[in-house]
Write a protein that binds this ligand. Structure first.
Ligand SMILES: *Cc1c(COP(=O)(O)O)cnc(C)c1O
Length: 416
C-alpha cells in the first residue's frame, strides 16, 4: 500500500522540487568533494578488515579506534583527533574539551550569545551546579548578539582581551536559537580577530550539525578544536553513539584525560565491535549530510509555496542541516509535527504531543522516529510551544524518505 498523499500535495511537491535544481546541484557538488576527501583519508590510512575487529575490556591496542582518530584528524585538517563511543553525546564531548582546555581561575568566553541549552549546566551559566566549570572556579563571559541578531565582532575582540580569558567557544550552528548559523568563512574571520586580540586563548568550535555541509571545516579556517556528536552528521546515520574532538594535539590529549582518567587518557576505551559502523558511517557521512540538507531545502520550498516564512530561505546557501519553519500559531505547528511522525520508518503510529520538558520555560513538541535513539541526522522536528511557533526540522537519511516525511506533514497541515 502506498503512502496516503493527495494529488494536491504531490503536485505541490513536484513544483517545489522543480525549482530546486541549482540548489541541489550545489549540495551534490559539496557531497562529491567531501566524499573524495573521506575516501582519500581511508586510502592513505590503509583501512582494512582488521580495523573492524574491535576490543573488549580495557581496549588496549585497538588499531581500528586509533586509526579512526588519525582519519578524523586528516579529514578535519588537524594534528590529532579523538573519536570515541565512550562520549555519551555531543554535550559530553564538548564538556571534555572545555575541562581539558580550562583551569581554575581561567575565563571562558562564548562568542555568539548563549551556547546550546545543555551547555548552560556544564558551564554553570545560571547557577554553580555540582561539577560545573563554575564550581571548579572557571569564569564565564558571553558576547551578546547585536540588536539585529548578528555576531558582535567589536564586542568579541574586547571580551577576549579581558584578564584570564583562556578559551573561546564558537557555536557553528544556530541550534535552537534564532540567529543565523555561521559559515566557515565567518568562523575564520572570528578566529583571526580572536587571535589578534588574545594569542593565548584556545578557540573551540561546537561543530554539531555543521560537519560536511561545506567543503571546509572550522579547523581549516583557524579554529584550534572542533567537537561534535556521532549521532549527527559525521556518524552518517550508522554510528550507534559517540562523539569526536579534532584539533591541536595538546587540547585533544587534555580532553582524553577528562574522558577517561589522568594518566590513562586515550590508551583505554574498548570499542565492543562498533568500529565497522563508525567507519562505514563516516564513509557515508558526506552523502547522508547532503540528503539532510536537501530535505531541509525541500521543506523550506514547500512551506514557502504555502505562504509560510522559512529560515533559511529555500534558495539560501546552507551552513548546517537545520531548517526553521515559522507557523505563527500552535495548531498548524502541531499538525506538521504529527505528519512528520506519521512519516517516520520507526514509531510512525504514535502521535506526538507537547510536554513539559526539563530545562524549558514552555512545553515542547518533538516528532522523531529514528533507528538510533535521538539521532537528529534522521528526520526529526521539534518546537517550543511559544511565539512565533517555530519548528526546527532536521535530518533525513535519504532525500526520498525525507521528502516523503515532509509531504505527509504538509498533508496533515492541509487536512482540516
Ligand atoms: C546537538 C547539539 C549539541 C549537543 O547535543 P547532544 O544532545 O548532547 O548531542 C551541542 N550543540 C549544538 C549546536 C547541537 O546542535
Amino acid at each position: 500500500m502506498a503512502l496516503q498523499i493527495s494529488e494536491r500535495v504531490r503536485a505541490l511537491a513536484a513544483e517545489a522540487q522543480a525549482g530546486l535544481r541549482s540548489q541541489f546541484d550545489r549540495i551534490d557538488a559539496i557531497a562529491e568533494e567531501n566524499t573524495q576527501k573521506v575516501l582519500a583519508a581511508f586510502q592513505k590510512h590503509r583501512v582494512a578488515e582488521s580495523y573492524f575487529a574491535g576490543t573488549t575490556g580495557y581496549g588496549y591496542d585497538d588499531i581500528g579506534r586509533d586509526k579512526l582518530d588519525e582519519i578524523f584528524a586528516e579529514i578535519f585538517g588537524t594534528e590529532d583527533a579523538l573519536v570515541r563511543i565512550g562520549f555519551v553525546n555531543g554535550t559530553h564531548a564538548i564538556t571534555a574539551a572545555l575541562f581539558g582546555a580550562l583551569r581554575p581561575g581561567d575565563v571562558l568566553v562564548s562568542a555568539v550569545g548563549a551556547p546550546y541549552d545543555t551547555l548552560l549546566g556544564v558551564i554553570g551559566v545560571v547557577d554553580k551546579g555540582p561539577g560545573s566549570l563554575k564550581e571548579y572556579g572557571v569564569g564565564y563571559r558571553q558576547v551578546e548578539l547585536t540588536a539585529d541578531n548578528q555576531p558582535d565582532l567589536a564586542g568579541l575582540s574586547a571580551a577576549v582581551k579581558e584578564p584570564g580569558v583562556k578559551a573561546v567557544l564558537i557555536q557553528r550552528s544556530k541550534g535552537y536559537s534564532t540567529r543565523s548559523s555561521l559559515s566557515v568563512d565567518e568562523i575564520g574571520a572570528m578566529c583571526a580577530l580572536i587571535r589578534a586580540a588574545n594569542p593565548d586563548a584556545s578557540i573551540l568550535v561546537d561543530n554539531c550539525y555543521g560537519e560536511f555541509v561545506e567543503t571546509r571545516e572550522p579547523t581549516e579556517a583557524g579554529a584550534d578544536l572542533v567537537v561534535g556528536s556521532l549521532i549527527k552528521n559525521p556518524g552518517g546515520g550508522l554510528a550507534p553513539t559517540g562523539g569526536y574532538i579534532a584539533g591541536r594535539r595538546d587540547l585533544v590529549e587534555a580532553a582524553a584525560m577528562r574522558l577517561t582518567a589522568p594518566g590513562i587518557g586515550r590508551e583505554c576505551g574498548s570499542t565492543l565491535g562498533n568500529n565497522r559502523s563508525l567507519y562505514q558511517g563516516l564513509f557515508l557521512a558526506p552523502h547522508t549530510t547532503a540528503q539532510a540538507v536537501k530535505t531541509a531545502v525541500f521543506a523550506a520550498r514547500m512551506m514557502e509555496l504555502l505562504g509560510y516564512r522559512t529560515e533559511p530561505a529555500s534558495d539560501a546557501v546552507r551552513h548546517d542541516i537545520i531548517q526553521m519553519l515559522h507557523f505563527g500559531s500552535p495548531e498548524p505547528l502541531k499538525k506538521f509535527c504529527r505528519g512528520i511522525q506519521f512519516g517516520a520508518p520507526v514509531d510512525s503510529y504514535v502521535t506526538p504531543e507537547p510536554w513539559d520538558m526539563p530545562g524549558y520555560d514552555c512545553q515542547v513538541i518533538m516528532a522523531a522516529g529514528a533507528f538510533i535513539q535521538g539521532a537528529s541526522i534522521e528526520l526529526s522536528c521539534d518546537a517550543p510551544m511559544r511565539e512565533p511557533y517555530t519548528a526546527y526540522l532536521q535530518g533525513g537519511l535519504t532525500y526520498e524518505s525525507g521528502k516523503a516525511g515532509v509531504m505527509l506533514a504538509v498533508e496533515e497541515l492541509l487536512n482540516f
